[in-house]
Write a protein that binds this ligand. Structure first.
Ligand SMILES: [Zn+2]
Length: 343
């Protein structure tokens, strides 16, 4: 499996929360050869299943979300676009290149005043989203005709290789994790499983995790693993809250995770000699795992996170070895899971 090529293809798609269809269709092409059946549910989430053939088989559901952060056009002023943000911090925006997902899509840049005309005081201030505008090079009439209010906007696609191992792009959160699910399915191909394996590319995570909740409610799995990103370590980050790139996935520990699932994940990693990190999450994990855990009568839940620098920016950066080690851990965990583990 060409991990880098798949990731580049997925990250290139503009698909913020609520507008995931293009990412879901690209992901569907990649998932189809690895499972028995694939479908898209009413909220647009992608689900694939690999059946073990046993009647009444238990179910393991692996999740990664396919939506990305973005902006929504809320008004037009002299041809410039006002917007609100979904997961994007206004500090990140001035002078950014963006893709306005109108029909047809168009490039834009976030307008900013040159330093020459700013007072010293204004130079120190972080901008507010309401004050920012996207310049698409159109007149008021053209913009009104071509950019309906509510049009979504994403960071312009990019894909960079930093050094030998690091990859940098928009939408790595969480499409890198979806690629780790694909890779896990590939590692499991030809191996017998004791249960049905479901793989989900969920929608609307950045707006509250509705996509994953609906699929989990409908499938009623016995076990689930939410795979998402966590903060990667940089010289200026806190050691307690950031994880080493290349150090393997972070295994979440806390009330959002089922204790025996966490233990099994750590034991599996040790047995397979896969490096992992421990992430203490004393409240919500901030992932789809939070909502999935409480579907139906409750689901045995684990959360794995790939360390990623610069979350929710167009330069989200991770170590590609962590995608592979996350996939290996998921595959070994799934292979070791037994029907009797369902309680
Ligand atoms: Zn995420």
């Amino acid at each position: 499996m060409k991990i880098e090529r798949m990731l580049e293809r997925l990250c290139a798609v503009g698909a913020p929360s609520g507008f995931e269809r293009p990412a879901v269709l690209a992901a569907k092409d990649m998932l189809e050869p690895l499972v028995d059946e694939v479908w898209i549910d009413r909220l647009g989430s992608l689900v694939g299943v690999r059946r073990c053939g046993k009647p009444g088989a238990k179910k393991l559901l692996l999740d990664a979300h396919l939506d990305e952060v973005g902006l929504t056009v809320t008004g037009i002023k002299n041809g410039f676009l006002h917007f609100q943000s979904i997961g994007v911090d206004a500090r990140m925006l001035p002078d950014r290149e963006v893709m306005v997902l109108a029909d047809p899509p168009m490039l834009g840049v976030v307008a900013c005043l040159p330093p020459h005309v700013l007072s010293m005081e204004d130079r120190e201030k972080a901008p507010k989203t309401e004050e920012l505008l996207i310049d698409v090079g159109l007149s008021q009439e053209e913009a009104e005709r071509q950019v309906p209010l509510g049009t979504p906007v994403v960071y312009k696609a990019n894909f960079l290789r930093l050094g030998k191992r690091q990859l940098c792009s928009k939408a790595m959160d969480d499409r890198a994790c979806f690629v780790s699910l694909l890779r896990a399915a590939e590692l499991l191909s030809g191996k017998e499983l004791d249960m049905d394996l479901y793989i989900m590319g969920s929608t609307r995570e950045e707006t509250g995790g509705m996509g994953a909740k609906v699929v989990t409610q409908a499938l009623a799995p016995d076990f689930c693993v939410a795979v998402d990103v966590t903060h990667g370590r940089t010289p200026d980050s806190s050691k307690d809250e950031a994880f080493v790139l290349g150090g393997g996935p972070a295994v979440g520990i806390g009330p959002n995770m089922t204790r025996w699932m966490v233990r099994r994940m750590l034991d599996t990693a040790a047995a397979e000699e896969i490096a992992v990190q421990k992430e203490i999450m004393e409240r919500s994990s901030g992932t789809n795992g939070w909502g999935m855990q409480i579907c139906n009568e409750g689901v045995a839940t684990a959360v794995l996170s790939i360390p990623l620098k610069y979350m929710h920016t167009p330069v989200e950066t991770l170590n590609k070895n962590d995608i592979e080690s996350t996939a290996r851990l998921l595959a070994a965990f799934a292979a070791g899971l037994r029907e009797e583990d369902a309680q």
